[in-house]
Design a protein around this ligand. Structure first.
Ligand SMILES: [Zn+2]
Length: 212
């Protein structure tokens, strides 16, 4: 496991982060040196982009007096925060929104930068393309209003604790819808499996709220 600090925030990168990112990057079909090199670039780009996303959450939480840490794990990462004063709904909303927001910003900066140079090597160009590609894709995927994704958390903060049942119902319905859509469009089981798991979590949470 790799551990380091950035802006005084401890970061841990679990081995599963690299393994699952390599799978997403197409490691199973890579049989040439060139294909392997592309996966390596995908890993570096994914690492940078997801770390920036989590830094958005972590730096905002730190600004509000929280103790924070970042963990990159299988299929992504999270920023955990603890201690300090309890957060208002607005502050929680800001912490959640800061992740996708800074990642989209990174995407735009890289996109503009990539357009500036004509004489760039194809490899460097390829790297910048996947860096902004991952940044936009990851941010948008995370903004889907399904718990525990950022979009679901934003919805939770906006609707408030009084409407937690509505939040969970929307989360469940959207997860099922996106899962079915993903199955028909991408023909890959990854997205439907994730959405199915999240729909089930929302369903369980809804049962608990109902019996309280
Ligand atoms: Zn996030």
């Amino acid at each position: 496991m790799i551990s380091f600090s950035i802006f005084n925030i401890p970061v841990r990168v679990q081995p599963w982060f690299w393994i699952t990112m390599a799978l997403i990057g197409g490691a199973l079909g890579a049989d040439t040196k060139q294909a392997l090199f592309k996966i390596l670039l995908f890993l570096v780009a994914g690492f940078i982009s997801i770390l920036v996303h989590e830094l958005g959450h972590a730096l905002t939480a730190k600004h509000f007096g929280k103790r924070v840490e970042i963990v990159l794990q299988a299929f992504g990462g999270y920023a955990a925060y603890s201690g300090g004063a309890p957060l208002s709904r607005k502050k929680t909303l800001l912490i959640t929104a800061a992740g996708p927001a800074i990642q989209v910003l990174l995407g735009f900066v890289v996109l503009m930068f990539a357009g500036q140079f004509d004489g760039m090597s194809p490899q460097a160009m390829y790297f910048l393309r996947i860096l902004y590609g991952i940044s936009f894709f990851w941010a948008i995927l995370n903004l889907i209003p399904v718990l525990p994704l950022d979009g679901g958390r934003i919805m939770e903060s906006l609707l408030g604790p009084q409407r937690i049942r509505l939040t969970l119902k929307i989360s469940m319905a959207v997860a099922v819808g996106i899962g079915l859509l993903g199955l028909t469009i991408t023909k890959s089981y990854l997205l439907p499996i994730f959405m199915g798991m999240m729909a089930y979590e929302s369903y369980k949470a809804l049962q608990q709220v109902s019996y309280r």
